[in-house]
Design a protein around this ligand. Sequence first.
Ligand SMILES: [Zn+2]
Length: 247
Amino acid sequence: MIRVTLRFYGDLNDLLFGGFTGPMVQRKLPGPTSVKDLIEGCGVPHTEVDLILADDRPVDFSHLIREDQSISAYPFFNHLDIPASKRLQKPTLPHNRFLVDTNLGKLARYLRMAGFDTAYIREQADEEIISQMLGEQRALLSRDHKLLMHKVVEYGYLPRSDDPAEQFREVCRRFDLLDKIHPFSRCPNCNGVLQSVSKEDITDQLEPLTKQHFEDFSQCVDCGQIYWAGSHRRRLDPRIKELFNRT
Ligand SMILES: [Zn+2]
């Protein structure tokens, strides 16, 4: 048996499986165990851990636990004052593309409204989800701890809040997206790109009042849905609107 003490910092404690109460967790391991397996066995996906100290020394996820070792796990911090080489997560994404889990539909819409290429998971098996994530090089956003624990998930995040607007803000903070927002460039319904269209070309598809009050229109290249200034801006959560206004 290998005895080990784990300490979780910050909101990692909110992610612990039932039966574990943070911040200090004592474990007895039957055999050699990596620190990734140890931490994830308590409920915390590796995607959420930015720094691990083993007896005060930074280690990576493959580190094998030694007898009586003391492990500290820290969440991602935007302003953590440690060298990038010691950090386990990257602060930004190579491609700002997302794959959003089935119970985060509103978050997916917000990301699309902000102009991010966002696919939505519908009743897919884990293997299919992982394969889509890899094939399309997307970051995985899910509240399913086990899904994020797949070793190949390099870019992932587990939104903490139940509130979709706050989830959107969390994702923007985690991946430093605020300067990359291009509002209303993508269709919130289907993720298609929106293209400007002249009023004359679509005039027969407009309701009389829309025709009377609006001049600028765009159309989804995939589903054909027509949008005009105000149509989805008006429905936008004020907290999200505030983020968009920063651009
Ligand atoms: Zn569309």
